[in-house]
Design a protein around this ligand. Structure first.
Ligand code: FAD
Length: 569
């Protein structure tokens, strides 16, 4: 059994930033991560990170108030305004901090951090490092974590929480290198495990974005919030769903339909290609559904040719490489076939503005958390910002929580039992002959999510989707392990986590059926307007061990200075 004051699960931007802050507060902190922190999905982020620095010639009048307003409107008013305001206020200082730590942001001629326009924003406020922003930010934080000698355990798959008398006291992890499960006790645990994109078959996310932090918290009794809100990015590559950053449109790229028109003229005449993602993705899908895809087919074009080779090579070199290698298209010479693709999880573990959950000792930050800054639809560039702002706040809050504790010795017996339970579970899975194939079931689930809970939703389609998920959940009981080796057993990880993924899928499905309105990314053809009278509220989903799906509840949205208005762009 290993003990640390604070354990952070996940080495992406939010986990690293949380660990750095806790360490700076003088507590003993360790990160447990399934992959080396530098390989976290944060490193795949391309386009940039928002902060009202006002550096762009067209952006001198930008302020944190305007950033908070754009965020609130972008989220279709399901945003807790106090949290959005806090994020927008914290943004400039965290950007300058990253800059001082050596993050190589792109620059304007006068040396100031460059900013580009991004969707749904009134000003160009997205700071970037070419189209490799996430990579640069991530490596800057990895360096800081090393410098502060944060203890980092890599290739550790965290499989469950240790909870003693309602208090979180650590985690159980599978040691991928040496085999076996180990209990790591702690006085505070910070979940920073990223999104759950791989619940869908058409995702831009890394294969490890399976939502494990969300379902661990959920299974331990902590509610998940607003899970029905799933973001589809307008531009994934047609054949692989690999992301083509919004920065490509921020730099002036066009979206072209089969008739050769700039399709956004019809849907968002003012913001055009830089309308928020929910609106842009639905516009593209409408064109495709109505036969105006390219050649009448299932995709449209992202056209960058008019930007010229020099700009593409300087600002979007990574996009060009990806388009060449994965779609066989050089954007300097030809338009890129794109299609809306699952991209981001607005919902997650319900936390307050400092990352605290309803369970003492358990905190969460980053994409796995739902502070409620994105509401029903996240704006591009706000997620990287969220990871750093709320990672920092969660780290500080966990350190404060420790100061207030009188009893700091986690219960060893509970921890030991939790590890044993995992060993036992895997043994049972290994002993099963396995009437069901875990991988075939997973494929069935991800396709069901795509087909039944996509961009356009209606009751019969969604109810049929929930039925499929319930049938999959039933059949999960019949899965076993293909391989029972103790070391680097990825088969075991994928099998163990699948049950949790189905539970997450059910929170999406049942939350979506229940919400009888259209708001942000949740668009219903049978209730196609926003209903503030009945639905200006967060959904909370509670795990019920004895029932197939969650118990749904609600929670008020925190309103503030920004009055509700119709969303037009
Ligand atoms: C292709 C792509 C491009 C993007 N571009 C942008 C952008 O330009 N701007 C923007 O604002 N946002 C962007 N986003 C969104 C943003 O990058 C993510 O929301 C954010 O980086 C998530 O960070 P995180 O720290 O929450 O999680 P991640 O970076 O996903 O890290 C998760 C960590 O948790 C660990 N982990 C997970 N499960 C376990 C487990 N069970 N046990 C142990 N460890 C575990 C992993 O090893 C990893 O270290 C993009 C996302 C994608 C997919």
């Amino acid at each position: 059994m290993i003990h640390h004051d604070v354990i952070v699960v996940g080495g992406g931007l939010s986990g690293l930033r949380a660990a750095i802050e806790a360490k700076r507060a003088g507590v003993d902190v360790a990160i447990l991560s399934q992959v080396h922190p530098g390989r976290s999905h944060s490193g795949a982020a391309q386009g940039g990170i928002n902060a009202a620095l006002g550096n762009h010639p067209d952006g001198h009048d930008d302020t944190w108030e305007k950033h908070a307003f754009d965020t609130t409107k972008g989220g279709d008013y399901l945003v807790d305004q106090d949290c959005a305001i806090q994020m927008a206020k914290d943004a400039p200082r965290v950007i300058y901090e990253m800059d001082h730590w050596g993050c190589p942001f792109s620059r304007f001629e006068d040396g100031r951090i460059a900013q580009r326009p991004f969707g749904g924003a009134g000003f160009p406020r997205c700071c970037y490092g070419a189209d490799k922003t996430g990579h640069y930010l991530l490596h800057t934080l990895v360096e800081q974590a090393y410098k502060l000698q944060v203890k980092i355990y890599v290739e550790q798959y965290v499989a469950r929480l240790i909870v003693h008398e309602g208090v979180c006291q650590g985690v159980v992890a599978y040691d991928m290198i040496h085999g076996g499960f180990e209990a790591f006790t702690a006085n505070a645990v910070i979940m920073a495990t990223g999104g759950a994109g791989r619940t869908y078959s058409n995702s831009t996310n890394a294969v490890i974005s399976t939502g494990s932090g969300m379902f661990m918290a959920y299974h331990a009794g902590v509610p998940l919030k607003d899970m029905e809100f799933v973001q589809f990015h307008p531009t994934g590559l047609f054949t692989t769903y690999i992301l083509m950053t919004e920065g490509a449109r921020g730099e002036g790229g066009y979206l072209i339909n089969g008739l050769g028109e700039r399709l956004m003229e019809k849907y968002a005449p003012k913001f055009m290609e830089l309308a928020p993602r929910d609106i842009t993705a639905r516009s593209i899908q409408t064109e495709i559904n109505e036969g105006r895809g390219i050649g009448g087919g299932g995709y449209v074009y992202l056209d960058l040719r008019h930007l010229g080779a020099e700009k593409i090579l300087e600002r979007l070199p990574g996009i060009r490489d990806l388009a060449i290698h994965f779609e066989g298209v050089d954007p300097i010479e030809a338009p890129i076939p794109v299609v809306p693709s699952q991209h981001y999880w607005m919902g997650g573990i319900d936390t307050n503005v400092d990352g605290a959950t309803s369970m003492p000792g358990l905190f969460a930050a980053g994409e796995c958390a739902c502070v409620s800054v994105h509401g029903a639809n996240r704006l591009g560039g706000n997620s990287l910002l969220e990871t750093i702002v709320f990672g920092r706040r969660a780290g500080a809050e966990a350190a404060r929580y420790l100061e207030g504790l009188t009893e700091k010795r986690p219960n060893a017996r509970t921890a030991f039992t939790a590890a044993q339970l995992m060993e036992q579970k895997v043994e049972e899975l290994g002993a099963k002959t396995g009437s069901q194939d875990a991988y075939a079931l997973r494929a069935e689930m991800t396709v069901a999510m795509r087909e039944h809970f996509g961009l356009f939703r209606d009751e019969p389609t969604m109810k049929a989707g929930v039925e499929k998920l319930l049938s999959i959940k039933e059949r999960v009981k019949g899965i076993g392990l293909r391989w029972t080796g103790s070391v680097f057993n990825v088969d075991m990880i994928r099998t163990v986590e699948f049950e949790g993924m189905v539970d997450l899928a059910l929170t999406v499905g049942m939350g979506a059926v229940a919400r009888q309105e259209s708001r942000g990314a949740h668009y219903r053809t049978d209730y196609n307007t926003r209903d503030d009278v009945n639905w200006l509220q967060h959904t909370l989903a509670y795990y019920q061990p004895d029932a197939a799906g969650p118990r749904l509840d609600s929670k008020p949205v925190t309103l503030g200075p920004f009055e509700l208005q119709e969303r037009k762009y």
